[in-house]
Design a protein around this ligand. Structure first.
Ligand SMILES: CC(C)(COP(=O)(O)OP(=O)(O)OC[C@H]1O[C@@H](n2cnc3c(N)ncnc32)[C@H](O)[C@@H]1OP(=O)(O)O)[C@@H](O)C(=O)NCCC(=O)NCCS
Length: 399
């Protein structure tokens, strides 16, 4: 039996939880000014606290939706603010918090939970798997000459921070979510963005591209120069476009910003074709990539049924270490997904299922690494085809 309890926190306890979380990331407690912003990010009833004599651990979530292969959107709890006090770690506190949180998310009827992980070793055991991967790149402005055939793009308008705070939520919501893994940004998401923007050490600007039918893309960026004579770096904080015209137009704009030596973008889609814009394809260098979004199928039958598939059926035997009701066999095909008693083709953990669910990895790759056990090896090729996505998944929303 554990010597601590886990319960849902009252709103007047939220600040203590946020400060505890910040302390686990080695960040100072909120000031009154910061708390005024961050308080708006707390969805009531969604912060859990673990207590012994006092608060020792916390985890919270907020309601969002993610885009699935085929274009449908489904409910996903955005899990964040996870931390355990350093003098109480490695005695199962997070395990209890995760168990309570997943049970709560399941009882709310949300088929998915998503998170961004501080470390790669924490979340597999709770059934999360890496579901999108991203790429970072850097552009040498002197070498980045646009090819003459790059379409011109439309008008670009600059929004200062206060205008962006007012109008970006509507613009982001109106842009098409073209990739699996893209997330809605509910009102509980934007205060976190505001805090980062207000605390940045140089002005955060938003450039909005106007196409024929109005705004169709935007980039949020800032320029950092440590000392007057140092090279300046333009950091792309967020870039979302609904048309090729907006993508081209916004890069044309960014490359025209004066007193910039390098442009840097992180956590971009793995196949973003930015180098195709330049006469020198080597104007762009990769700065590394990695895991982006982690996914947890909370309601496996609903989650499997919610996405589109192509190809031939397979039978999956799913093992869920936390939510036992998911540990069943499922027949998955372009006609949908349903429970079955038929013999399984592939046996896999619910974390491995998350890794193939949005196409980040092929089932055959996970089988080669021992993370999927094929009872019928011939089914791997079918599973590869069934779970493939036409474009690589990408989230593009940090939380
Ligand atoms: C990550 C964190 C929440 C884990 O809390 P915890 O209460 O120590 O976790 P638990 O005791 O429930 O650990 C469960 C298992 O995961 C392992 N584990 C947990 N965190 C780990 C880590 N960071 N590195 C390696 N193993 C870890 C434990 O060793 C344990 O393994 P076992 O079951 O084989 O014994 C805590 O270390 C923390 O607050 N870290 C700093 C903040 C942070 O990174 N938060 C996550 C933000 S996404």
């Amino acid at each position: 039996m554990s010597d601590y309890t886990v319960r849902t926190l009252r709103p007047d306890e939220h600040r203590a939880a946020v400060d505890l979380f910040r302390s686990t990331l080695h960040v100072a407690a909120t000031t009154d000014e910061t708390w005024k912003i961050v308080e708006r990010a707390q969805q009531p009833g969604r912060t859990l606290g673990a207590f012994d004599t006092e608060l020792i651990g916390t985890a919270r979530s907020f309601d969002a939706e993610i885009t699935l292969p085929g274009g449908a959107r489904a409910g996903a709890a955005g899990v964040t603010g996870v931390g355990v006090r350093p003098d109480r770690t490695r005695r199962g506190v997070l395990t209890e918090l995760m168990r309570a949180q997943l049970t709560d998310i399941a009882s709310r009827g949300l088929p998915f939970a998503v998170l961004r992980a501080s470390e790669g070793v924490i979340y597999n055991r709770f059934g999360y798997g890496v579901t999108t991967r991203s790429r970072g790149y850097e552009i040498d402005r002197r070498r980045a000459v646009l090819r003459p055939d790059v379409p011109a793009g439309g008008q670009v308008e600059l929004w200062p921070l206060d205008t962006a705070l007012e109008r970006l939520p509507g613009l982001y919501a109106a842009l098409p979510h073209t990739r699996p893994g893209m997330m809605t940004r509910p009102p509980y998401w934007w205060p976190g963005w505001e805090r980062h923007a207000r605390e940045a050490t140089s002005p955060v600007l938003t450039a909005v591209h106007h196409g024929e039918d109005g705004p169709d893309g935007y980039v949020v960026y800032r320029v950092e120069r440590k000392h007057w004579n140092d090279p300046a770096v333009l950091e792309v904080i967020s870039l979302h476009t609904g048309t090729d015209e907006a993508f081209n137009g916004l890069w044309r704009y960014l490359l025209g910003v004066d007193l910039v030596d390098t442009l840097r973008a992180g956590e971009r889609p793995v196949d973003e074709p930015v180098e195709l814009l330049f006469t020198d394809i080597r104007a762009v260098t990769d700065t590394g990539g990695g895991d982006e979004l982690w996914l947890r199928l909370v309601d496996v039958p609903a989650a499997l049924a919610a996405r589109a598939y192509e190809g031939e059926p397979v039978v999956l035997d799913v093992v869920d270490p936390v939510l036992d009701a998911n540990s069943r066999r499922y027949h998955v095909s372009p006609d949908g997904a349903r429970r079955t008693e038929a013999a399984a083709d592939l046996r896999l953990g619910v974390d491995a299922l998350a890794m193939i669910y949005l196409g980040a990895w092929r089932p055959s790759q996970l089988a080669a690494a021992g993370r999927i056990q094929p009872a019928n090896p011939a089914a791997l090729e079918r599973a590869d085809r069934l779970f493939a996505t036409p474009v690589p998944a990408w989230c593009g929303t940090h939380f």
